[in-house]
Ligand binder design. Sequence first.
Ligand SMILES: CC(C)(COP(=O)(O)OP(=O)(O)OC[C@H]1O[C@@H](n2cnc3c(N)ncnc32)[C@H](O)[C@@H]1OP(=O)(O)O)[C@@H](O)C(=O)NCCC(=O)NCCS
Length: 248
Amino acid sequence: MNSITWHPLSETLSLQRDTIHIVRVGLESDDQQLDQFQALLSPDESARADRFKVSHPRRHFIVCRAVVRQLLGQCLGCDPTSVEFDYGPHGKPAVRQAGGPRIEFSVSHSSDQGLIALTLDRRIGVDLEEMNSAVRILKLATRFFSTLEALELASLPEAEQLAGFYRGWTCKEAYLKATGSGLSFPLNRFSVSLNPHVPAQLIEVVDQPEELTRWRLLPLEPKAGFAAAVMVEASADEVVSWQLWSVR
Ligand SMILES: CC(C)(COP(=O)(O)OP(=O)(O)OC[C@H]1O[C@@H](n2cnc3c(N)ncnc32)[C@H](O)[C@@H]1OP(=O)(O)O)[C@@H](O)C(=O)NCCC(=O)NCCS
């Protein structure tokens, strides 16, 4: 993990192609705050919120989507309620824009935390997971990871396997979210490095070797007990800066 500082977000994000903004959001809210957030959602988003059977995920979804709207509204110079989304074939949301440089963003939430990544004209994906030491990681890795990844995980010292597993999980999800394919792209068709001591990178995409030099990965620990990763479309010779922000 790196030790980059998270700054309170007190200004409008300045979106530039070479800057990757990562915004950490606490998703807990009281009832009054929740009402204010819900007022920012579109009717279809409110209907989706109403379909949640369990209260906490419903509340977290509302807060997270409302903060996404606030951030995008600021970037577009419009009211959060005016932001419109289109959805890719596998559900990836994209801002509806008339023209100009494309605002790219990605969202992930886990438990009471959300993470939103934004940039300009570069595909981006983010994933956040609360780490759970009770999961049977070697069994899950054998089932869901590539052979290369499962072997690397098993070769790590036992004390590092939990971190290695979540490094792999979040990096893999970040890639699937950056491309927008979601789980339609098989998890065993590509590999990421899992060793928490080496820089995270995409190390194999079956039949698509050109992918390896197309993407940059940033693993993060946004809060103790959580693992996250951001995958952004940027080759090794491009300079990008990472800006980490906290809201709420
Ligand atoms: C939907 C998916 C893209 C991510 O789901 P997830 O990890 O459960 O949830 P996250 O909180 O990280 O991401 C949800 C957000 O991703 C976005 N999203 C949905 N579909 C997406 C897609 N195809 N591409 C990119 N982003 C997508 C939405 O903004 C969504 O936010 P919302 O629920 O507030 O609308 C998909 O990859 C999935 O179902 N993953 C299951 C997780 C899994 O089994 N992983 C195996 C371990 S390696």
